[in-house]
Design a protein around this ligand. Structure first.
Ligand SMILES: [Zn+2]
Length: 382
């Protein structure tokens, strides 16, 4: 449950006490800024060193895919990060298997942007259409649960489809548009991992229909933390961390091939837009612009004063959001009162339902012991 705490905002970025776990040093600088400087920055190479590392990685990827139809896999959502990565991959001479996961919420503009990129790069596009009944039941179960992360049904299936396509096609490298320049800060207190399939199944079982979840392939803990990284040796590579990545510049380059900008962030998915601009701020007081703008501040792409100006802007245009909400209601088979009631219901935290945290803690513990015994760090993702 939400505990009240005296309001404070970081003196360096725009993160504030809407992150209940935020801490500040004597200068009023938050733990996110400190973590960026002490930890994250060490893995960020928007410089000459990055150029060399990028070249080495690309060479390695090409080598791994010799004699195969594809050398890597790339998930294309239609958003700027993955779109830009797609055109760069072509410039670098990579041969990605391009996957688009259609979970039912693509905006028309997203579809047209994806087409533009695929045509320009001459890629084969594989679109995985997710069974709508499964998606709809999951969305309603999540809304009923009152947890903050309503994007789990979309996010989980996106990564799950990507991983399964990769193994099916014997591909070891996943190219990801994830990047430090624009999304290094995110408060863990806001929500749990979208990959937590125990949590997803528990929420479905408790709030979903009585029939089993079908036609929705999840990734379990063993596969995600052990099989994919250690047995199959899958590697997730984030090229945008090895080059200067500026979203405005990326957009300009994309526009030369006919790509068009979305209004607001995540305009590629109607549901994600509703979830980030409306559901989260209204129900939980979380404004996702804060971590995003803070990421831009710490990576030197924005002044703090400019971030404040951005935050003053309304989150959405009331007329446009109304249209989106009507669309969402219709698609989910809810009426306005029903959706409103679900939003008004009590908030719950994901960890009030079964989840994989205890396995993750055990895994971390074992990992620490192994590191001690071997005297070196075995890199694992948490
Ligand atoms: Zn800060």
């Amino acid at each position: 449950m939400r505990k009240e705490r005296e309001y404070q905002i970081c003196s360096n970025c725009v993160m504030d006490t809407s992150d209940l776990e935020i801490t500040f040093d004597s200068e009023g600088v938050c733990n996110h800024c400190i973590n960026f400087d002490q930890v994250i920055r060490l893995n960020w190479f928007p410089n000459k060193k990055g150029e060399k590392k990028l070249f080495n990685h690309i060479t390695q990827i090409k080598k791994s895919g010799q004699n195969q139809e594809y050398d890597c896999i790339l998930g294309l959502s239609g958003g700027i990060d993955s779109a830009y990565l797609a055109i760069k991959a072509k410039d670098w001479g990579l041969r990605p298997l391009v996957i688009h996961v259609d979970a039912g919420w693509n905006s028309e503009l997203a579809v047209s942007n994806i087409e533009k990129i695929v045509t320009h790069c001459n890629y084969d596009l594989h679109t995985e259409v997710i069974d709508w009944v499964a998606m709809k039941n999951l969305h309603i179960a999540y809304l009923k649960s009152g947890v903050s992360n309503q994007d789990v049904p979309q996010d989980h299936i996106f990564f799950s489809a990507l991983y399964h396509f990769a193994t099916k096609n014997k591909i070891k490298y996943i190219l990801s548009g994830g990047n430090i320049a624009t999304e290094s800060i995110f408060p863990a207190s806001w929500h749990g991992s979208a990959m937590d399939s125990i949590n997803l199944k528990a929420i479905y079982k408790r709030f979903g229909p009585t029939e089993k979840l079908k036609n929705y392939k999840t990734i379990n803990f063993f596969k995600y933390y052990i099989y994919f990284p250690f047995v199959y040796k899958m590697q997730v590579f984030r090229p945008l961390n090895f080059m200067p990545y500026d979203k405005k510049e990326a957009l300009k380059e994309l526009e030369t091939i006919g790509y068009k900008k979305y209004e607001g962030k995540h305009g590629e998915s109607i549901f994600t837009k509703f979830f980030q601009d409306y559901y989260l701020p209204k129900k939980f007081g979380y404004d996702k612009r804060r971590p995003h703008l803070s990421s831009l501040i710490v990576s030197g792409q924005m002044e703090r004063a400019e971030a404040f100006k951005e935050l003053e802007k309304p989150l959405y245009d009331p007329k446009k959001i109304k249209n989106d909400i009507v669309y969402i209601e219709k698609k989910l088979g809810l009426n306005t009162e029903e959706l409103e009631e679900l939003i008004e219901n009590q908030n719950h935290s994901f960890d009030e339902f079964p989840n994989w945290l205890k396995y993750l803690n055990l895994f971390r513990f074992i990992n620490r012991i192994i590191n001690k015994i071997l005297g070196k760090k075995v890199k694992v993702k948490y």
